[in-house]
Design a protein around this ligand. Structure first.
Ligand code: FMN
Ligand code: SF4
Length: 414
């Protein structure tokens, strides 16, 4: 067992796979697809995080259905054309011993018609806080079509060599729009009682398992309590997840923060938020789940943060997204006594989610190799031979408060 970060660097069993450590490069839309296909840019991006030691990677989501397209760089929905292109990525990352998953999403009533050219489909046709378009209340036949589309996407992922799928069931998007009485006002078998509101997820997970077989991981990305007294409380979500767990429908639950409903900014929390932001909600889920593993997300930045969360039993795995965007070799450095060399993410949100929100592919303020890994053969952003001093700091009079502050790569943690 490694002396430093013994829990973080220990293996963990997840269904039929053993992750070599507890570090997950969680799902995030980097928006890099070319004509809807994963290309060299994606290959270089994920291969570099696999080289850098991540135990599991969850590749950027595909929309399950044509009505769920959200960005210009989304992968093609409902198309087998993606399969050989994803296979290049799974094969390259498997060479480094990384377990490979792929997220499947549908954002329900929060879509982007400018990109999908389709009305958004949602349980009850409510508008989103994001845009003025409103959404279309799905008919019973459309709900069946949507479940089949999720199932087909999982089958496609299996054929592309993925070890499993991550179903997007958080942030008040399609799956939890069905769960929530705030957004599900249906009076048929898909709404009303808890059993009815859960039916969409239960049907989907059951059909998916039948389609992909037993040796395939199926997990859920969820979030905590809904930010409204009329929405789902943490206890409501605990009940839903434990019912899915009791039926053996989920292998893990990954707990993020924020919501498309009101607090969108908290989904990718900036430095204004506390560290280890999602750990307490993850712990609440872990306390009620008997079989499924739990991943904590959001502002887990340093190996120390991660070890604390895991050693305290708040989660079984940790998702480090921006930490590994900023330094793809985060895990290898933590494991080999090079903790001080980790290039820290500063939670500025400028070039990762900032570029994604402007519908460009993601990059990083502190790591210029992000999105150029294929061309540069990895993280080629070596420290400058002669570090330059910030003009703002240098211009400060000696002894001033400004002079008291110095950037320190070894201790900064965003
Ligand atoms: C550019 C970007 C895009 C994201 N897109 C998704 C997404 O498509 N699906 C998802 O579940 N989470 C998405 N997230 C949220 C991350 O999975 C994660 O919860 C969030 O970044 C907080 O974790 P971190 O502090 O480790 O970055 C995204 C994050 C970023 C930075
Ligand atoms: S752009 Fe900023 S927040 Fe995003 S990964 Fe880089 S340092 Fe972190």
């Amino acid at each position: 067992m490694p002396a430093a970060y013994p829990t973080l660097l220990s293996p963990v069993r997840l269904r039929h796979k053993t992750l070599k450590n507890r570090v997950v490069f969680g799902p995030h839309t980097v928006n890099m697809a070319e004509d809807g296909l994963p290309g060299d840019r994606h290959l270089g991006y994920y291969r570099e995080r696999a080289r850098g030691g991540a135990g599991m990677i969850v590749v950027e989501p595909s929309p399950a259905h044509r009505t769920g397209v959200l960005t210009r760089g989304n992968f093609l929905a409902e198309s087998d054309a993606v399969i050989p292109h994803f296979r290049r990525i799974t094969e390259a990352c498997h060479e480094h011993g990384t377990v490979m998953l792929h997220q499947i999403y549908h954002i329900g009533g929060h879509g982007d018609q400018d990109n999908s050219w389709q009305p958004y489909w949602s349980p009850s046709g409510f508008p989103s806080m994001h845009d003025p378009w409103g959404s279309h209340a799905m008919t019973g036949a459309e709900i069946e079509e949507m479940i089949d589309a999720f199932t087909a996407a999982a089958r496609r992922d299996r054929e592309a060599g993925f070890d499993g799928v991550d179903i997007f069931a958080g942030y008040n998007c399609l799956v939890d729009q069905f769960w929530s009485p705030l957004t599900n006002r249906r009076d048929d078998k898909w709404g009303g009682s808890l059993e009815n509101r859960m039916r969409f997820s239960v049907e989907m997970l059951e059909r998916m398992r039948r389609a992909v077989g037993e040796d395939f991981i199926i997990g859920l990305t969820v979030s905590g309590a809904e930010p409204s007294p009329a929405g789902l409380s943490l206890a409501d979500k605990q009940e839903i997840l434990s019912l899915l767990d009791e039926r053996g429908l989920i292998d893990y639950v990954s707990c993020g923060t924020g919501s498309y409903l009101y607090d969108f900014g908290k989904i990718v929390p900036s430095f204004h938020y506390e560290m280890k932001l999602g750990a307490s909600d993850a712990a609440a889920y872990k306390s009620v789940l008997k079989h499924a593993r739990v991943t904590a997300e959001a502002r887990i930045k340093t190996p120390e943060n991660a070890e604390e969360v895991l050693a305290a039993g708040q989660a079984d795995m940790v998702s480090i997204v921006r930490g590994q965007i900023a330094d793809p070799h985060w895990t290898a450095k933590a494991a080999s006594g090079r903790r001080a060399d980790i290039r820290p993410c500063i939670s500025c949100n400028q070039l990762c989610i900032g570029r994604r929100m402007r519908d460009y592919y993601a990059s990083c303020l502190v790591n210029p190799s992000v999105s150029r890994e294929f061309d540069w053969d990895g993280d080629a952003a070596a420290p400058a031979d002669t570090p330059r001093t910030c003009w703002w700091w240098a211009a400060a009079p000696p002894g001033s408060r400004r002079r008291g502050w110095r950037p320190n790569a070894a201790t900064a943690s965003g």
